[in-house]
Design a protein. Structure first.
Length: 185
């Protein structure tokens, strides 16, 4: 006589999330869109604003003008262009490293914006005059006054870095981590 004992069944293991979770697609989509916008606006700015007076828009709330920036934000440290190139490359590597661990849509969007901005300005540093690692970033947007009199002249990449950074800081203050964990309630 055989006695059959029911075997204990454990709950099924949750399916492993794919290597690139759908949130990673948000990061990539944001980065591609903002990077493309940055490249296109810089090409148009160089083609249409070179050797021109600032173009006033929206009753003086916005000015378009071509500025080639050899420095960092606000034209600081103009002799350190090679260092900004290395920092931008480091940011890109760090974001790519975080990508497989990403479980937060907000972080995905924030990191995508920062990635696009870093890539946009890195592209200028690598491929624009005066040469590799020394290229000047193309800026073209001045608010409330021409020539950066009210606020420094900036570009779409700078907007991506700023908006992405603000979103990441906000998520951090709210206790939302990139891996989906909530540290504050």
């Amino acid at each position: 006589m055989s006695s059959e004992h029911p075997t204990e069944t454990s709950p099924p293991e949750p399916a492993a999330e794919p290597v690139l979770p759908w949130r990673g697609l948000w990061l990539i989509a944001a980065a591609v869109v903002v990077y493309a916008l940055d490249v296109v606006t810089k090409v148009v700015a160089v083609a249409t604003l070179e050797h021109r007076e600032p173009v006033e828009l929206l009753g003086g709330a916005l000015y378009l003008q071509l500025v080639r920036n050899p420095g960092a934000a606000f034209s600081m440290a103009t002799g350190m262009t090679w260092l900004f190139t290395l920092v931008a490359a480091g940011v890109v590597v760090a974001i790519v490293w975080v990508l497989p661990k990403l479980r937060s849509t907000g972080w995905a969007l924030g990191l995508g914006l920062v990635l696009a901005g870093a890539l946009g300005n890195l592209t200028d540093r690598l491929f624009r005059a005066p040469g590799v690692f020394e290229g000047h970033v193309v800026d073209m947007i001045s608010v409330f006054a021409p020539n950066g009199e009210f606020f420094p002249v900036f570009n779409v990449a700078d907007m991506g870095i700023t908006c992405g950074g603000v979103l990441i800081v906000l998520l951090t203050l709210l206790g939302r981590d990139y891996d989906g964990k909530v540290t504050k309630k």
